[in-house]
Design a protein around this ligand. Structure first.
Ligand SMILES: [Zn+2]
Length: 65
């Protein structure tokens, strides 16, 4: 799931970010430009978790059900 650039960009290069994994407390986010990986809290983009974390977890739950 890609992060809108208005919500957050790579700390290293300013590139576009994508959520590649998540668990109960964190999200793993990768930069699509430089490949930089970082672990963020679910509300890291100031969206109250509703734009990224919750939909990501919901879609993943469907895949593994
Ligand atoms: Zn980057």
């Amino acid at each position: 799931m890609r992060i809108r650039k208005v919500d957050g960009v790579c700390r290293q290069c300013g590139g576009e970010l994508e959520i590649i994994d998540a668990d109960d407390a964190t999200m793993d986010v990768e930069c699509l430009d430089c490949g930089d990986l970082c672990v963020l809290e679910p509300d890291a983009f100031g969206d109250g978790c509703v734009d990224y974390y919750i939909p990501f977890m919901a879609s993943r739950a469907e895949c593994h059900d």
